[in-house]
Design a protein around this ligand. Structure first.
Ligand code: ATR
Length: 281
């Protein structure tokens, strides 16, 4: 029996702008591995049917993005503890004929911090997280896992931050208007809102009261340096941009589908940076 080359995909709607094929395609070529990774444009009404046919279509698994992460969670027969904690799945694989799901957003967030701001958690106690969507949930999970005892959560819509705070110990909702005071003395500040993204207004926040060892992390990656990151850099703080999270969240899936743990190298980062900036080298 001949073994077919593993086939994987990223499932979303819309999917045209996904950078995942660029990342996985580069790793496949770099390691000289057989396999493929493609975009799957799947509208919401067709997601369950796509899942049901995945194995028969020759897929060994794939990534899941907006708006399907919760539907993917429901479709899985087995899930990792992280996926269970987050209620969403972004990485799928078929094992013994069954659909398995993981969520690698929290690991991606931590992988980027560990790589770009070494020792960032050495004296981690307090954090301020801005935003209360799915990305904020992954960030809260990750910060709690690394020992953040007290996390302030500020979101424009207070009901969403309150709902999220009920699900995580040590998380306290604060008013969006009170974010400047909430930033005082925190060891890490994380933006998970869409503010600062290309075409969106910048995130306005006072960074003057952060301690000198604080890290500012913006999970937005377009532009590569948001106004928040620029202000933090000018203030002399360590900064981590969103591109690292995008690259690091891709690692576990590639390893499952193609059998080799890939490295996030400077070369890969430059390739994706050029793509984000609108020019491929
Ligand atoms: P994701 O799941 O990717 O985190 P999301 O659920 O769309 O994305 O959340 C986007 C976040 O950006 C939300 O926290 C949103 O605040 P609301 O919950 O009040 O909608 C936040 N956001 C978007 N535009 C904003 C703005 N102009 N001012 C403040 N917050 C904003």
């Amino acid at each position: 029996m001949t073994r077919r080359a593993p086939r994987a995909c990223v499932i979303g709607w819309p999917i045209a702008h996904s950078r995942s094929p660029l990342i996985h395609g580069w790793w496949l070529a770099h390691y000289g591995l057989p396999g493929s990774y493609e975009k799957a444009a799947v509208p919401p009404g067709e997601f369950d049917a796509f899942m049901a046919h995945m194995a028969a279509d020759g897929f060994v698994g794939g990534n899941v993005t907006v708006p399907h992460k919760e539907a993917a969670f429901r479709a899985c027969a087995a899930r990792t503890a992280t996926a269970e904690a987050l209620g969403a799945v972004n990485t799928l694989w078929i094992e013994a004929g069954k659909l398995h799901g993981d969520n690698t957003d929290a690991a991606g967030f931590l992988g980027a911090l560990d790589a770009d701001a070494p020792e960032w958690d050495a004296r981690l106690k307090t954090a301020l997280v801005l935003g209360a969507g799915g990305a904020a949930r992954a960030v809260l999970h990750a910060l709690r896992a690394r020992g953040a005892a007290s996390i302030r959560l500020a979101n424009r819509s207070r009901d969403r931050s309150e709902a999220l705070a009920r699900q995580f110990a040590g998380v306290e909702p604060v008013d969006w208007q009170a974010r400047d005071e909430a930033a005082q003395g925190v060891d890490i500040l994380v933006n998970t809102t869409s503010l600062g993204m290309t075409g969106q207004p910048p995130l306005e926040i006072d960074l003057s009261t952060l301690p000198d060892h604080a890290v500012v992390d913006d999970i937005v990656y377009a532009p590569l340096e948001t106004p928040l990151l620029r202000a933090a850099r000018e203030r002399g703080l360590r900064t981590v941009g969103g591109l690292g999270m995008l690259l690091h969240q891709a690692v576990p899936g590639f390893e499952r589908w193609f059998g080799r743990r890939p490295a996030v190298t400077a070369e890969l980062r430059s390739l994706v940076e050029a793509d984000v900036q609108g020019h491929r080298p």
